[in-house]
Write a protein that binds this ligand. Structure first.
Ligand code: ASC
Length: 156
């Protein structure tokens, strides 16, 4: 094999293996990243929970802002789930079950549901109709959270 050809093969092999190596190297940072996004989502969920429960007063502007932020954050989650960052490899660090990667399309669908339900809550948030509109939209959003947690999160 001449030098140019072996250089060619080296380039091909590097192109194939580099993304995998990068993912493995970045697993810990990815876990930190996605946990930060979940934490930010919780920051916005908690006051909405309080509002829907009647623990704090209904404030349409505030509710809309929190729902919008959950919606924006929901789009940032999935890229944090890099291969190799499951709880098998990072026990005690993450609650992400390996089923996420084994049933990736189902996981994507559940992420999509979070995205849709948070958008639906944005729309409901200004209606002023807590019982007939906002509370059901918030419940549907909570259900989107729960349905993914039930399937894919290990409680730690
Ligand atoms: C939250 C939160 C969750 C979901 C879930 C919905 O506010 O921290 O994990 O909603 O409780 O059932």
């Amino acid at each position: 094999m001449n030098r140019l050809m072996s250089l060619g093969w080296f380039a091909v092999l590097t192109a194939i293996t580099a993304p995998v190596v990068a993912d493995l190297r970045d697993a810990e940072e990815a876990i930190e990243y996605r946990q930060s996004v979940y934490k930010a989502i919780k920051w916005h969920m908690d006051p909405m929970t309080a509002m829907v429960r009647g623990d704090i007063d209904y404030d349409a502007v505030r509710l809309t802002r929190h729902a919008q932020n959950v919606h924006a954050l929901s789009e940032m989650l999935i890229e944090g789930f890099v291969p190799g960052s499951d709880l098998g490899a990072y026990q005690g660090v993450t609650g992400a079950r390996s089923e996420i990667w084994e049933r990736w399309e189902e996981f994507e669908e559940k992420m999509g549901a979070l995205n849709e339900q948070s958008q639906a809550l944005v729309i409901a948030s200004t209606s002023g109709d807590m019982r007939g509109n906002i509370r059901p939209a918030f419940a549907a959003l909570g259900q989107a959270c729960k349905s993914c947690h039930d399937e894919f999160r290990q409680r730690r």
